[in-house]
Write a protein that binds this ligand. Structure first.
Ligand code: MN
Length: 376
């Protein structure tokens, strides 16, 4: 089981927009925009709204924000269903649809046409129907030329996120860079094929993502067990445990991951489980594992990935606001999205031949050398 295509679809040609959600209000239904499934209908930092059921409402959109308020796959502490709203709304600056990035000199929300499609209807307990609705939404975004940014939700959602993206990019032509404390390669979870501990195995089994183009960064702790590690090795996955990251340095591990990710593939999906970061800097999550990356490391890594990799889609998962403190985790997740979009905007500007600044350039113009009396 678990082979032969993504959730609720029969294979690479299956799926497609048009099925209704379990309540008839999901993707492709004729009902109005669902908006925020848990909370007010706001958009990510004030970007324009879109309605998945009305493709005309997001024609020409380059980046489509999609909420996936699903935590029915959590094995321990729930609450990630409230993640999309927290990520959309947590910011100390105005929700004005503008965010000029200091280090890159781009404003991703102004330079890219970004819209927010609201939440996909994903009722807890209707796992396969919920995942199918999300997969259709992601595939529709890709096929319309929009870069999907999915706000989770627990990590179960990466199965439909990467599957929907692979249906557009090409089956087995999508590599995956996966930040996480956990491998999420379990065979089953409580006897089910679907849960936040199994999506990466399902993706490899279906062929949507090749095992040898699957890059995991930040693993640590006490799971999975040796049998699962053997399975991962048999798939030729490349997993960087935290000790390797610390010993070699994150930059070197990323460079190696980039070489693999871009070999004989046509796009890269980025999946960020916020628990890759140490619980001291990301407490609001369901399965915290001490000893992770710093927030700074994650943001720099995501920025570099977006600047250097041909990204085809991304998700940010496992933000659980009920366990958050002072919105620390929600802030970080929102910044992960902005770093990625800023990197994409920077890459586009460079490819168009426009002027780009390097993150290491001095912030202010006209900064000369130190005057002689201050020189060394
Ligand atoms: Mn995970």
């Amino acid at each position: 089981m678990g082979r032969g295509g993504g959730v609720g679809a029969s294979g690479p040609q299956g799926g497609g927009v048009g099925a209704s959600g379990p309540q008839g209000g999901g993707v492709g239904a004729s009902g109005p925009r669902l908006g925020g499934m848990y909370g007010p209908d706001i958009t990510f930092l004030g970007v324009p709204r879109a309605d998945l059921a009305d493709p005309g409402s997001w024609a020409g959109t380059e980046v489509l924000i999609i909420g996936a308020p699903f935590d029915g796959g959590t094995s321990h502490r729930p609450g990630a269903r409230f993640g999309p709203q927290a990520i959309r709304s947590t910011d100390y600056l105005p929700h004005d649809g503008a965010r000029p990035h200091l280090a890159l000199g781009v404003d991703p929300l102004a330079e890219l046409r970004v819209a927010d499609a609201g939440d996909v209807e994903m009722p807890s307990g209707e796992t396969q129907a919920s995942l199918a609705s999300l997969e259709q939404a992601v595939q529709a975004a890709c096929q319309a030329g929009a870069f999907p940014v999915i706000l989770g939700g627990d990590h179960t959602i990466t199965l439909p996120d990467a599957t929907g993206t692979a249906r557009h990019v090409g089956w087995g032509r999508l590599s995956l860079i996966h930040f996480d404390a956990h491998a999420d390669t379990g065979d089953t979870q409580f006897g089910s094929l679907y849960g936040h501990g199994t999506p990466m195995r399902r993706l490899i089994e279906s062929g949507a993502v090749r095992g040898d183009r699957f890059l995991q960064i930040g693993l640590r702790g006490y799971w999975p067990e040796p049998e699962t590690l053997d399975w991962m090795a048999g798939q030729s996955m490349r997993s960087f445990e935290m000790t390797e990251v610390v010993t070699r340095g994150l930059g070197e591990c990323l460079s190696e991951a980039f070489t693999i990710a871009t070999d004989d593939c046509d796009g890269v999906f980025l999946s960020v489980d916020i628990d890759v970061v140490d619980p001291g800097m990301a407490p609001g999550t369901g399965t915290p594992e001490p000893g992770g990356l710093t927030a700074r490391q994650l943001l720099d890594a995501v920025r570099r990935i977006a600047m250097e990799m041909p990204l085809a889609g991304m998700d940010v998962v496992e933000v659980s606001p009920p366990y958050d403190h002072a919105e620390i985790t929600a802030y970080l997740a929102g910044r992960v999205v902005l770093e990625a979009l800023s990197g994409i905007a920077w890459r586009r500007r460079r490819e168009a031949g426009g002027p780009v600044r390097q993150p290491t350039d001095p912030l202010l113009a006209n900064r000369g050398d130190l005057p002689p009396h201050l020189g060394r």
